[in-house]
Design a protein around this ligand. Structure first.
Ligand code: SAM
Ligand code: DTB
Ligand code: SF4
Length: 322
């Protein structure tokens, strides 16, 4: 168990930025070696828009009028060539997302997802899916089909959650994470910064993550992408140093987890991203699109990683034994 007190986490988070970055760098180097490597993950929205939930940041919620049009669930035949292309571009983890509250085994669409997973998992990449809430049985079926990791974010603190979402609860999210863990899939669980939360909320969010056993295998740190038409459309962008603080604190609390610099990179400078990598981020979403919003282009990312000497990891970097 890695549970930390709020005071401990606050003391880490609030130290002078360079001290924090130095501590995070040391944790990173002693756990991952000095060999630089950034995991490249590609996202694909296999079912876009029309979601019943009211997550106030989301372009895909049917509660808000956004530019996103809803589509049908993609078939395995449609997904496979996209996954193949991603692999050719150097992706080592392919992540498929669906705009659902959740999915049950009895739903015929679940069979389609399982078939897609079976085919994509033959390509040799890690396979991640994010489909909303899961029953224990659905989690087991996904694992058996070849899913290696399930993404289910807690997104913010339990206290702030109801200000952001009202159609499901923080506890519902935790329950699904438990089903995923029980089924033996790795948990990918992170959050969004810049949704009007306080520093205390960020610290609480990290504390809840430390309560997960085992610790999440990967932790995506998203900056809010303010979507026109959603309740959060006018929120100001997150200050880059706050993002660096969050990345560094996450690295210190979770020495062996992948810390993924996720939504919001198009708004970050090269220098801002470099600070995040220095502070221990070791994974990115790679490819022109996230789910519905833009991501830096593949060429731009290759150039950035090369210029920093951060050769992309051709295989998942294995944590060193300490
Ligand atoms: N429906 C599923 C769910 O809610 O878990 C899967 C898809 S959902 C879009 C996955 C995650 O994307 C959310 O939990 C949130 O962290 C992130 N996300 C969605 N919209 C975002 C936005 N506008 N800015 C930043 N992150 C966002
Ligand atoms: C995660 O934490 N971030 C990704 C992935 N997990 C599924 C999604 C980011 C979505 C950004 C908004 C959009 O493209 O719609
Ligand atoms: Fe639906 Fe997921 Fe978007 Fe919430 S975050 S509205 S559950 S797609």
């Amino acid at each position: 168990m890695n549970i930390r007190s709020l005071e401990d986490i606050k003391a880490i988070y609030q130290q002078p930025l360079f001290n924090l970055m130095k501590e995070a760098r040391e944790v990173y180097e002693s756990n991952w070696g000095e060999e630089p490597g950034i995991q490249l993950c590609t996202l694909l929205s296999i079912k876009t828009g029309g979601c019943s939930e009211d997550c106030s940041y989301c372009a895909q919620s049917s509660h808000y009028k956004t530019e996103v049009e809803s589509g049908k669930l993609m078939t395995a035949e449609e997904v496979l060539p996209i996954a193949q292309k991603a692999r050719e571009n150097g992706t080592t983890r392919f992540c498929m997302g669906a705009a659902w509250k959740g999915i049950k085994e009895s739903d015929s669409r679940f069979g389609t997802v399982l078939e897609t997973v079976r085919q994509v998992s033959q390509l040799g990449m890690e396979v991640c899916v994010t489909l909303g809430s899961l029953t224990e049985g659905a989690a087991q079926a996904l694992k058996a089909a070849g899913v290696t990791a399930y993404n289910h974010n807690l997104d913010t603190s339990p206290e702030h959650y109801a200000n952001i979402v009202t159609t499901h609860t923080f506890e519902d999210r935790v329950k699904t994470i438990q089903h995923v863990q029980k089924a033996g899939m790795a948990v990918c669980c992170g959050g969004i910064m810049g949704m009007g939360e306080t520093v205390q909320d960020r610290i609480r969010f990290l504390q809840v993550l430390t309560e997960l056993t085992p610790a999440p295998e990967s932790i995506p740190i998203n900056c809010l992408t303010a979507i026109p038409g959603t309740p959060l459309e006018n929120l100001p962008p997150l200050d880059v140093f706050e993002l660096v603080r969050m990345v560094a604190t996450t690295r210190i609390l979770f020495p062996r987890s992948k810390v993924r610099l996720s939504a919001g990179r198009t708004k970050l400078s090269k220098e801002g991203q470099a600070l995040c990598f220095f502070a221990g981020a070791n994974s990115i979403f790679y490819g022109d699109k996230l789910l519905t919003t833009d991501n830096p282009g593949v060429d731009e990312d290759k150039e950035l990683l090369e210029s920093l000497g951060l050769v992309s990891a051709t295989q998942i970097p294995v944590a060193l034994e300490v």
